[in-house]
Design a protein. Structure first.
Length: 166
């Protein structure tokens, strides 16, 4: 993975939008994550100083809420549901196919090129569409390993069009 230096001007622009108070914590973290696709720890000291909280408090908020991530995520975040309904209808073979095609060994969620992140979630609230998954929030139901492969092929095609992938 290539490391990018954090552009603090983006963090500063986000901080300007909110009151300099602890009440702004979640909104600021959401905006920072929306821009970077994760919460870079390098931003924590700057945010903490600006709103008058400790870095430990920011870290506590960032790790308490499941929607926040301290690890870089891919351009496409694929969430495979593993609720009872999805599991019984075959979510694990779908997950295994995605990991295999993206070269993600167990324990690794994001591709080195930061194009794809594959995660499991306990429930997407789409039990009637089981097995279901989302890509950047768009729900795909009645999935199979072959349908997941086809969707992955389409996403890779989008990346090629954008010149993001070699």
């Amino acid at each position: 993975m290539t490391e990018k230096r954090l552009d603090f001007s983006v963090v500063d622009q986000i901080l300007e939008k909110y009151p300099k108070d602890e009440i702004s914590t979640i909104a600021i973290l959401q905006d920072v994550q929306e821009h970077y696709n994760y919460l870079p720890r390098e931003a924590f000291p700057r945010i903490a100083r600006a709103i008058g909280v400790s870095e430990a408090k920011l870290y506590g908020v960032a790790t308490f809420y499941e929607n926040f991530s301290l690890e870089p995520k891919g351009k496409y975040v694929i969430r495979c549901c593993d609720s009872t309904a999805c599991h019984v209808r075959g979510s694990i073979p779908i997950l295994e196919r995605l990991r295999q095609e993206l070269g993600l060994p167990d324990g690794k969620k994001t591709t080195d090129d930061l194009n794809f992140t594959v995660e499991t979630v306990s429930c997407l609230g789409a039990c009637g569409l089981a097995p279901a998954m989302t890509v950047n929030g768009t729900v795909y139901g009645a999935m199979t390993p072959d349908k997941a492969s086809e969707l992955l092929k389409e996403l890779k095609g989008e990346l090629e069009k954008e010149g993001t992938q070699a």
